[in-house]
Design a protein around this ligand. Structure first.
Ligand SMILES: CC(=O)CC(=O)SCCNC(=O)CCNC(=O)[C@H](O)C(C)(C)COP(=O)(O)OP(=O)(O)OC[C@H]1O[C@@H](n2cnc3c(N)ncnc32)[C@H](O)[C@@H]1OP(=O)(O)O
Ligand SMILES: NC(=O)C1=CN([C@@H]2O[C@H](COP(=O)(O)OP(=O)(O)OC[C@H]3O[C@@H](n4cnc5c(N)ncnc54)[C@H](OP(=O)(O)O)[C@@H]3O)[C@@H](O)[C@H]2O)C=CC1
Length: 291
């Protein structure tokens, strides 16, 4: 089966990046969100990120115009009915994702593949709530999507080979590299990355270092492109906490206990870059540590 039309649910930081790379690869895109503000913001961001690629001569102005012309947006999930592949990239909460699939399914064609960009939630469990567990799988992009080379592909217990192959073909057409992960909490990347970020928050919580010294240590001492707290702000602290909770609940091991300080930031609505404040305050000219 060859995918031509892709539906994306959720126009946040991941949804806009997925629309960006899929449109540049020649797919027709329809992206849905609940608010027109989110859709307008996503369009503006895609425009800006593609312009950056034009100015660095990665793509031409014509590539950009053609790709932007391939992206349609909608507030109505049924408008995704005629797509071949749906990539769900809404907020990391199982109830939200399940409700989206329930609303979407009556409108889908029988052949449409359903996937989730979830960072950690069980693919098998999400699939079991749909009418097509064999055509369901995890399609996990990394942030920022236009830059990061990896896509994790996760089969649920029922995923069939045709679905896996069709998704693998899409990853290849995007010019990205697929890594296959089994369906266990956090898959591969977040099973390893998120405990490190959580440990960085514990290091801050216990006063071992300041925000700045922790990030500087990991940037210059371990050659990470971003410090772990800067990266947590970039990912979104709500998403980091949701992933830690999935690891903690799903693996039932106290080593995955989310740091209370991470919980406190999320409770304050300090979610990182996307809300203007997290471990850093982004509201001024340059980011300022909040601790
Ligand atoms: C939570 C999950 O479920 C899974 C995850 O995603 S975990 C998060 C994974 N991501 C990471 O770990 C990111 C770590 N950070 C990095 O790799 C780098 O800091 C970064 C790539 C984000 C930025 O790199 P940088 O060197 O500081 O910035 P900058 O020089 O401006 O950009 C580097 C390149 O990325 C491009 N770029 C950066 N952000 C971009 C965006 N949003 N869209 C398009 N291009 C972008 C730039 O144009 C530049 O391209 P060229 O090298 O081709 O010229
Ligand atoms: N951030 C990251 O680094 C990564 C995240 N992911 C995963 O990608 C998914 C999205 O994350 P991210 O883009 O960061 O999150 P964001 O918070 O940036 O975006 C989520 C978007 O989904 C929208 N949304 C919520 N409910 C619905 C709904 N019922 N129908 C349509 N849209 C809805 C939100 O709208 P509103 O704002 O109005 O609530 C928002 O625009 C999550 O599953 C996350 O775990 C995967 C890889 C990396």
């Amino acid at each position: 089966m060859e995918v031509q039309k892709i539906g994306i649910v959720g126009a946040g930081q991941m949804g806009n990046g997925i629309a960006h790379v899929c449109a540049l690869a020649g797919y027709d895109i329809i992206m849905a969100d609940m608010s027109s503000e989110a859709l307008d913001k996503a369009r503006a961001l895609i425009d800006r990120n593609m312009e950056r690629q034009v100015s660095r001569e990665k793509i031409t102005a014509e590539d950009k115009a053609t790709a932007l012309g391939r992206i349609k947006t909608t507030l109505k999930l049924p408008d995704l009915g005629q797509t071949d592949l749906v990539i769900e990239a809404a907020t990391e909460r199982e109830s939200i994702k399940t409700a989206i699939f329930e609303d979407l399914i009556p409108h889908l064609q029988p052949h449409t593949l359903l996937t989730s960009n979830t960072s950690s939630i069980s693919i098998t469990r999400l699939a079991s709530r749909t009418d097509r567990p064999e055509k369901f799988m995890g399609f996990h992009f990394m942030n920022p999507v236009p830059v990061m080379q990896l896509v994790e592909l996760i089969r649920g217990i029922a995923t069939d080979e045709e679905t896996f192959k069709a998704c693998h073909d899409v990853v290849e057409r995007l010019g990205k590299t697929a890594a296959t992960a089994e369906d266990f909490p956090g898959f591969i990347v977040n099973r390893i990355l998120m405990p490190m970020i959580n440990e960085a928050v514990y290091t801050l919580y216990e006063g071992v270092g300041s925000v700045q010294s922790i990030d500087t240590s990991m940037r210059l001492g371990a050659n990470h492109p971003m410090g772990p707290l800067e990266l947590a702000d970039f990912i979104g602290l709500d998403t980091c906490l949701a992933i830690m909770n999935v690891l903690h609940d799903g693996l039932a091991d106290t080593k995955y206990r989310p740091c209370p300080l991470l919980t406190k930031y999320v409770e304050a609505g300090w979610l990182g870059r996307k809300s203007g404040r997290g471990f850093y305050d982004y509201r001024g000219e340059t980011p300022v540590p909040t601790r």
